[in-house]
Every structure is written in C-alpha cells, then in structure tokens.
Design a binder for this molecule. Structure first.
Ligand SMILES: *[C@@H]1O[C@H](CO)[C@@H](O)[C@H](O)[C@H]1NC(C)=O
Ligand SMILES: *[C@@H]1O[C@H](CO)[C@@H](O)[C@H](O)[C@H]1NC(C)=O
Ligand SMILES: *[C@@H]1O[C@H](CO)[C@@H](O)[C@H](O)[C@H]1NC(C)=O
Ligand SMILES: *[C@@H]1O[C@H](CO)[C@@H](O)[C@H](O)[C@H]1NC(C)=O
Ligand SMILES: *[C@@H]1O[C@H](CO)[C@@H](O)[C@H](O)[C@H]1NC(C)=O
Ligand SMILES: *[C@@H]1O[C@H](CO)[C@@H](O)[C@H](O)[C@H]1NC(C)=O
Ligand SMILES: *[C@@H]1O[C@H](CO)[C@@H](O)[C@H](O)[C@H]1NC(C)=O
Ligand SMILES: *[C@@H]1O[C@H](CO)[C@@H](O)[C@H](O)[C@H]1NC(C)=O
Ligand SMILES: *[C@@H]1O[C@H](CO)[C@@H](O)[C@H](O)[C@H]1NC(C)=O
Ligand SMILES: *[C@@H]1O[C@H](CO)[C@@H](O)[C@H](O)[C@H]1NC(C)=O
Ligand SMILES: *[C@@H]1O[C@H](CO)[C@@H](O)[C@H](O)[C@H]1NC(C)=O
Ligand SMILES: *[C@@H]1O[C@H](CO)[C@@H](O)[C@H](O)[C@H]1NC(C)=O
Length: 740
C-alpha cells in the first residue's frame, strides 16, 4: 500500500518535472531540474548557451561549459535566473610581507549576465584593496577596500569596510576579473589576518564574522545568481523571426532587465513552460480548484475565472473581498418585480411559440398520416368502400393511430406477445374492453400494396370459427397495423412441443384440431373471388382458444414479409420443415403448398415430434421424410407418439397417417385438395365419435355423418360438391373396412 502510494507520488512528480523539459529529453541531472530551453544534449537545448553537460562522473555537479571553463550549475529557474558556483580570489602573505600563495580570478559567461541585484562583490581583509573589472573590456571597473587595526574593531554581520567590504556592480556584466592588492603586504595585521579574499556572492548568503579574518570559514566556491535570456536582441526584434522566436502558445515576451536577450512568460491564468508548445507549454489554470478564490460560485474561463453569487445575493463573490451578501429587502423586492415582469413577458412569448409549434407539428403529423395512409393503400381501400364492394364497417373497421397507441400503452414492451421475421405482435386492450392482437409488420413492399389491401378486405369479411378474425387495420402509420381477435391459449406448436406441453393430448382432440384446421384452410382456398393461400401453415400459426378450438392465423399477411436477408433467414428457419418441395423448383406457393404444409402438421400431431429438428440424425431431421420412410417400411406404429394408439382408434390413426402421406406427396398434383382433406378428417372424426358406425356399414347412416357443407363451404368453389361427397364416402368406407 505504502509502496504503491510512493510510486504514485514519484510518478506524479516525474510528470510535473518531465513536463518542463522538451518532450523526449532528460528533465533532470542528479538533483538539478533542467527545463527547456536548457537541455543535456544539443537536440534538447535551444543552443549551446543552454547546454548542460551531465556525465555520470559529474551528475551530482552538473556543469555548463563556458569560455572560462566549466561552471557548476546549482539550479535553473524559468524566470530567467540560474544559480552557479563561482570561485573566489585570494592572496596570502608571510609575516615578512612576501606573498605565500594566491590567485586572482577571471570569470566570464558568453551570453548571460551576473545578476546586479542579487549578488554582491565581497572583500575580506584588514589590509586589502581590490578591483573588479569587466572581463570583456573597460565597461566597468570598481573597487572595495577593507581595513582594520584589530579584530575587536570588527562588528559581526556587517560589511561596511572594516574587515569586510561589499559593493554592487552595474547591469549587463557578462564576466569579471578580480585582482586583490595590499597596502602593506599584511605585515601589520598578519597576526590575525594573513590573507585577503575577494568574491562575488549571492546577496544574503555570506554572513561575515571576525573568524573569517583569520581563516575564511567557507572553503568552497560561492553561489552566484546569473541572469539568462534568449538571444541578444529585444522582443520587438525577436518577434520578427517567427522561426527563432522562443515564446510559444499563451505566452508573452519580456525584455530581460539585466541580460541582453528576452524572456518568455505565461499569460495570466496560465502556467507551464512558455518555451514549449502543447501540453507541456502554458496551460489554463483552473483557478477555481487551485486558488478557491470565490465564496460564491466559481467559474473557470480560458485564462481567467470569475465568481458569481446566487440569486438574491450581491457582491463580487470573492473570498478576500466583499463575497456574497444577502440583498436588502427593498432591493430584492424590486429585483423580484423586475424578474416577475420579465418572466411574464417571456412566458407569454413561450406560449405563443409553443402554440405555433404545436399547430405546425399537428399539420406535419396530419400530412405524415395522410402520406402513410396513401402509401399503405388507404385510397384503394376507400375506393373499394365507395364502390360498396363490401361492408367494411360491419365486420371490421379502420382504427386510428391514437386508438392503437392507447390500446398498446404506446407499444409497451411488456405487451409484446410475438416477434419474428414478420414483425411484432402486441396484445392490446381496446376502449370497449375487447382484447386484441395488434400486428405491426415490417416495412411493406410498395408493389404488394394492392394485394395487401385486397387481402385485408377479403380477410375482414371472413367469419369462420376456425380463423382468427381480422378486426380492422390502421393505415396511418408508416407500416400498416392489423388488428386481430386475441386468442388466449397459445399456439399448437406450444401445445404439442412447448414447455407447457399438455400431457396426453387425446386422439380425439388431435383429430378435432386437425379437422378444424383443415376446414379453415379449405374454406379460404375456396373463398370468394380470389382463393387465399395461407403460405405459412405450421403449428406455430395455429392458435388455440380456451376450449382448445383451433384458430388459423396469419393468412396471406405472411406474403408481405419483406425479403431482406436476415428476415428471410428467420422465415425460412421457422418454415423450413413445412416448405413444399416443389417450391424449390417453381418458387411459387400454391394451394397445394398449403396442403403439403398441413400434411406436416398432421404428422406432428401423430408423432409429437417437431417438423425440423437438428437434434435428430441427419436422415430424420425433416419430419416429413422420416415419417414417409417409416410409413413405407410399415413401421408406422413405431413413430407414432406412444400411448396414442389403442384398439379403439388403431384404424383411424392408420387412416389419418395415410392421409398425411398423401398430403406429403412430392408432386403437387398428387396431393389431394384441401377440401378433400378436410372432409376426410371430418369423416374420421365422426367415425371416432360414433364407434357404432364401424359395426354397421350403412350408407344411410354415414350420410348423416357428412359435414354440414352449407356452413363451411362457400358456393361456387372449384371442387364440385358431388365429388366431395363421393370421395368422403369412399374414404369412410376404406377406413371402416380396415377397421375390421
Ligand atoms: C538521459 O540520461 C540517461 C542517464 O542519466 C542517459 O542514459 C540517457 O541517454 C539520457 N537521455 C537523453 C535523451 O538525453
Ligand atoms: C569545455 O569546453 C572545452 C573547450 O571548449 C573543452 O576542452 C572541455 O573538455 C569542455 N568540458 C566539458 C566537461 O565538456
Ligand atoms: C536552488 O537550490 C537550492 C539548494 O541547492 C534550494 O535551496 C533552492 O530552493 C533552489 N531554488 C530553486 C528556485 O529551485
Ligand atoms: C610590499 O609591497 C610593496 C609594493 O606593493 C613592495 O614594494 C615591497 O617590497 C613589499 N615588501 C615586502 C617585504 O615584500
Ligand atoms: C622575500 O622577498 C625578497 C625579494 O623580494 C627576497 O629577497 C627574500 O628572500 C624573501 N624572503 C623570504 C623569506 O622568502
Ligand atoms: C586572468 O587573465 C590574465 C590576462 O589574460 C592572465 O594574465 C591571468 O593569468 C589570468 N588569471 C587567472 C587566474 O586565470
Ligand atoms: C581584466 O580587467 C582589465 C581591466 O582592468 C582588462 O583590460 C582585462 O582584459 C581583463 N582581463 C582579462 C583576462 O580579460
Ligand atoms: C588589539 O586588541 C587587544 C585586545 O582585544 C589589545 O590587547 C591590543 O592591544 C590591540 N592592538 C592594537 C594594535 O590596538
Ligand atoms: C563574532 O562571532 C564569533 C562567533 O561566531 C565570535 O567568536 C567572535 O568573538 C565575534 N566577534 C566579534 C567582534 O563580536
Ligand atoms: C549578439 O549580437 C551580436 C551583434 O550585436 C552578434 O554578433 C552575435 O552573434 C549575437 N550573439 C548571439 C548569441 O546571437
Ligand atoms: C530566423 O531564425 C532562423 C533560426 O534561428 C535562422 O536560420 C534564420 O536565418 C532567421 N531569419 C532571419 C530573417 O533572421
Ligand atoms: C484577492 O486575492 C487575489 C488573488 O488571490 C488578488 O489578486 C486580489 O488583489 C485580492 N483582492 C483583495 C481585495 O485583497
């Protein structure tokens, strides 16, 4: 934990320090921070004046290499200052007056200057006078004299000429030489002052003591403050050359007061390295976080900030100023009144704008609805209505968008009862408490609109107890919505295979469901002017009501499935096991395709197996193929759901199976018509209901069993009633005959 903390601190330090060097450059040498324009290599420093040599042997004492030799650098500040170590001059004497040792100093900086404000030329001695001259010529020359007769004369900490002398020097000093001289070769003062010293030192660093007369306590060199600057021209000149100009984003230029060039500084409200651009350069300071200057609310701006007071308070919001104080009552009142007035005006304006907006929006909505209505065939529908071809209003109605929105609680996800390639089915509650299923198709192909409308018209007229009733439609939406009666007991698919699979569905029930479904399909195939082909007969499309009466759903509408890739996939997946094999050749679905699909439904009812299952071995995946092969090999009873067959129904089951195989014939023309299938099933059903028929092969009796044709079939259909009777009789005979 502590380790991590330490690492974090180090990392954060590293980033703040690293941010001041040129990217990719060493920002430190030993303990020295090296901000750009300084650098440790040629590429990292602005020019050779800013080159700091940092070798392993000197890493603790980084040096700058200047004309008089290597100078040790202590620290560098971006304010244009750096501290270095400068050596001192000294002169020592023997008691005889002969010089024992000592040297003067030549010290120079190529470009930079010795700070005239932060340094002092200091001389120590009791018989000493010195000169400090400009290294480069006669720009300046000054001196200092330090004398004393006795140590007792000296006042510790003062440098006014007694034992210690200090003096300033002018600006622009780029180097100096110090020469020490003596009046009497220290002969008179040798006892307590054998040596003279002279050096430039940072003001305040050196604190004179009488002990220094005997022997200077500081054996080392002295720190000196140097002023550095960029180039040797003024800002005004420097700005002219954009490539060499050193001041980057959000910074400004100042002429150096002491040195020859210029310096860059971050503008107010910014901090960073003004000689670098980007994230290492001058960046906005978030004063709100760093200074916390406001007692009110603080707002940071790019380069500045301001404080504000909450409503009802006045003041500048500054913590160190007036802050925020409560407005006095009378003022607040007038403020409130003003606010109220302005508020009312604004509100009125808003109301007007809102009203205008709503009116426009309403118009837009109406236009949109009209467009959708036209697009969805609403006009065709109206034409049909006007021509009185049918009486839509009696059986079905055109719903408005609002009605259906309300019914589905604005298409609440919780009300979704089905989803698939065709679209989404919602459960809805109409205002008159009717429960409905609302089918929201996907985008409809415009070329199929007329057909769609026709089917809506035909379907809405159909009133068959085994067909899910179409209650109406809504054409004002982008995609047409179809409203059906709600059938509450799920699908046949679920009933046979689903999780809530009812155990032991009796043979009678199966037979009834088959017969009901066949009746419905047959009715539609032979209906009205154009036969309606279902196109998607499968157990998932056969719904069951509370008394398990079959209700066929999704007529024709499946034709409107938009054929884009994904949806095709879903559709095919759902329908694959049921698809007429001839469709593969002709790409056309006919009434006989419905017969084939229905055959698969029959087999499902018989076997309790799914139409297509990838769990089964390959040859058994398609239930139809599997069933057909077993039927041929006379293994019928092996594939029939166990417990279904008993002595009483063995023959009916066999007959049912035979009918299924006929429906599954590969060639469409070999399959029976839906009407024939329906009649046969009805016959089987009655035979089952009245087992006495098997005892008595009386045709008169069986005639009684014939379905009530008038109730189911529409007159004028293609198959003559006579043929139907005949075929029914024939099959009933066969069925009963085999029953023996
Ligand atoms: C940084 O310094 C290290 C040694 O302190 C050296 O090895 C390295 O090359 C330097 N990198 C640059 C970019 O100067
Ligand atoms: C400093 O420069 C001089 C010549 O300019 C050179 O001889 C000397 O080696 C340099 N010192 C360092 C530490 O680079
Ligand atoms: C310079 O270095 C000295 C010690 O070497 C340190 O006390 C001082 O704070 C440093 N100044 C800056 C500006 O870094
Ligand atoms: C002391 O210095 C003066 C000149 O500065 C010189 O003439 C004189 O000889 C010196 N005395 C001794 C003893 O060296
Ligand atoms: C001092 O200097 C003088 C010449 O200036 C010389 O003759 C003498 O020997 C020196 N004395 C000593 C002790 O070195
Ligand atoms: C300083 O410079 C002068 C003249 O160039 C020279 O004679 C003297 O020896 C130098 N002193 C030192 C300590 O380098
Ligand atoms: C030292 O100062 C003198 C002026 O008194 C000057 O002429 C000379 O050039 C300087 N010495 C060096 C080595 O620059
Ligand atoms: C220097 O001071 C001491 C006492 O501190 C004194 O004895 C001595 O005489 C003084 N010398 C001179 C030359 O005044
Ligand atoms: C100056 O201070 C030192 C101790 O720092 C002391 O020994 C000495 O006597 C003092 N001298 C005077 C003149 O006060
Ligand atoms: C400084 O200015 C002089 C002319 O006044 C020029 O010769 C010299 O090269 C300049 N130095 C730098 C470092 O730019
Ligand atoms: C501007 O500065 C660049 C780089 O220092 C230099 O090469 C160029 O000659 C300068 N241009 C002018 C017009 O001074
Ligand atoms: C308040 O503080 C800011 C910065 O902290 C300072 O600039 C300003 O002058 C101060 N104002 C007063 C009135 O003290």
């Amino acid at each position: 934990m502590e380790f991590i903390l330490l690492v974090l601190i180090l990392a954060s330090m590293a980033t703040t320090i690293a941010a001041r060097a040129k990217p990719g450059c060493n920002s430190t040498c030993g303990e020295l921070d090296i901000p750009y324009p300084f650098g440790t290599t040629d590429g990292c420093s602005r020019d050779e004046n800013f080159l700091i040599t940092c070798s392993s042997s000197t890493s603790r004492n980084p040096i700058a290499n200047y004309s008089t030799g290597n100078i040790q650098v202590l620290n560098i500040s971006l304010d244009g200052e750096m501290r270095i170590l400068a050596w001192r001059a000294n002169q020592c004497y023997l008691p005889s007056g002969n010089r024992s040792s000592g040297e003067n100093v030549n010290f120079s900086l190529n470009q930079f200057t010795v700070s005239n404000t932060k340094n002092k030329f200091t001389v120590i001695g009791c018989d000493t006078y010195t000169f400090i001259n400009d290294y480069w010529g006669d720009r300046f020359s000054t001196g200092c004299t330090a004398t004393c007769r006795n140590t007792t004369d000296v006042v510790n900490g003062t440098c006014f000429g007694i034992g210690c002398c200090q003096t300033s020097f002018p600006t622009g000093v780029r180097g100096y030489n110090i020469s020490l001289k003596s009046y009497r070769n220290h002969t008179a003062v040798w006892n307590f002052n054998p040596c003279s010293y002279g050096f430039v030192v940072e003001d305040g660093y050196f604190n004179f003591s009488s002990l220094d007369l005997k022997d200077l306590r500081n054996k080392n060199d002295f720190p000196v403050v140097i002023n550095w600057a960029i180039g040797n021209e003024t800002c005004q000149k420097a700005r002219r050359n954009a490539t060499s100009y050193a001041c980057m984003d959000n910074s400004f230029c100042v002429d150096s007061e002491n040195a020859y060039g210029y310096l860059c500084k971050c503008k107010g409200g910014f901090s960073g390295n003004p000689y670098l651009s980007g994230s290492n350069g001058c960046r906005d300071i978030d004063e709100c976080k760093t200074l916390r200057p406001c007692s009110g609310t603080c707002h940071n701006l790019f380069g500045s900030y301001y404080c504000s007071c909450p409503v009802g308070y006045k003041g500048d919001g500054l913590r160190n100023s007036t802050g925020c104080t409560l407005e006095d009552q009378s003022k607040r009142f007038s403020y409130k009144e003003a606010a109220l007035g302005a508020g009312l005006g604004f509100a009125a304006l808003l109301v007007i704008i809102l009203w205008l907006y709503l009116v426009l929006q309403q118009r837009k909505l109406i236009k949109l609805k009209e467009r959708f209505f036209r697009q969805n065939g609403g006009l065709i529908l109206q034409q049909k209505l006007s021509r009185q071809e049918w009486t839509f209003s009696e059986t079905a109605k055109i719903f408005t968008t609002e009605e259906l929105k309300k019914a589905t609680k604005n298409y609440d996800e919780d009300l979704i009862i089905g989803k698939g390639g065709f679209g989404i089915v919602y459960k809805g509650f109409l205002a008159d408490n009717r429960v409905v299923a609302i089918k929201k198709s996907k985008i409809v192909d415009q070329s199929q609109i007329e057909q769609f409308i026709n089917e809506v018209v035909v379907l809405s007229q159909i009133n068959h107890r085994n067909v899910v009733k179409l209650l109406g439609c809504c054409l004002e939406t982008e995609v047409p919505l179809l409203v059906y009666e709600f059938v509450n007991n799920g699908t046949l698919l679920d009933y046979i295979h689903g999780k809530s699979r009812a155990l032991d569905i009796s043979w009678t029930t199966r037979l009834r469901i088959a017969a009901e479904t066949a009746g419905a399909l047959s009715y539609l195939h032979s209906s009205a002017s154009t036969p309606i082909i279902h196109r998607d007969v499968k157990t998932a499309n056969i719904l069951l009501d509370e008394s398990y009466t079959a209700k066929v759903s999704d007529f024709g509408a499946s034709r409107l499935v938009p054929i884009d890739q994904t949806e095709l996939a879903t559709m095919v997946q759902g329908t694959l096991g049921y698809l007429d094999p001839e469709y593969m050749l002709t790409s056309q679905l006919t009434e006989k395709s419905d017969v084939y699909s229905f055959g698969v439904v029959l087999v499902e009812l018989l076997t309790g197996r799914k139409a297509l299952s990838f769990d089964r071995p390959e040859e058994e995946r398609s239930l139809a193929m599997y069933f057909l092969s077993n039927f041929k090999e006379d293994q019928l009873f092996e594939v029939i759901e166990s417990g279904l067959v008993n002595d009483g129904n063995k023959e009916t089951v066999k007959e049912f199976a035979r009918l299924a195989t006929r429906c599954l014939k590969l060639k469409a023309e070999d399959r029976p018509g839906m009407k024939e299938v329906g009649m046969e099933l009805e016959g089987l059903r009655r035979a089952e209901k009245h087992p006495w028929v098997s005892m008595d092969r009386n045709f008169d009796e069986s005639e009684y069993l014939l379905p009530d044709m008038s109730g189911v079939y529409v007159a004028g259909d293609s198959i003559s009633v006579h043929t139907a009777y005949d075929s029914l009789k024939e099959h009933v005979l066969i069925g009963l005959g085999k029953g023996r």
